[in-house]
Design a protein around this ligand. Structure first.
Ligand code: HEC
Ligand code: HEC
Length: 75
């Protein structure tokens, strides 16, 4: 009986952990003059490449397919 309880608690902890990971907020592409109307990923690097205005941080995840993670919230 006690074993079952431990198992259930562990399972719940895993579920909560997964939920927190998936809920991590990723900033959408900002809606401002600099970003409005960009539809090509290449363009992002005009500003977000190393040495430009706003380079991606070192800990930034994959440096491609921006739109998979950063949603465009306007059209
Ligand atoms: C003309 C330069 C320029 C271009 C092109 C550009 N950005 Fe940006 N971006 C900036 C600047 C400057 C900031 C930070 C200040 C701001 O929000 O305007 C920024 C901020 C961001 C942020 C928000 C970061 C935060 O902390 O909220 C994201 C996400 C982003 N850009 C993604 C993109 C993507 C994806 C593209 C390509 C579609 C792109 N940017 C193209 C200049 C640019
Ligand atoms: C796998 C998902 C993913 C992809 C693909 C992705 N990003 Fe990000 N981006 C993130 C996350 C998560 C953060 C927040 C990082 C943090 O909070 O430390 C972020 C943060 C940013 C920021 C804020 C500054 C920084 O470096 O933390 C900018 C600007 C940005 N991304 C631009 C881009 C551009 C441009 C591309 C395409 C070349 C891109 N991202 C592709 C997930 C992604």
């Amino acid at each position: 009986m006690k074993k079952n309880l431990v198992f259930i608690v562990m399972a719940l902890l895993v579920i909560i952990l997964l939920y927190m990971l998936s809920a991590k907020k990723i900033a959408p592409v900002p809606f401002d003059d600099k970003h409005a109307g960009i539809t090509e990923e290449k363009k992002c690097f005009d500003c977000h490449a190393p040495g430009r205005d706003e380079p991606l941080s070192k800990k930034h995840p994959p440096k491609f397919e921006c739109f998979k993670c950063h949603e465009i919230t306007y059209k």
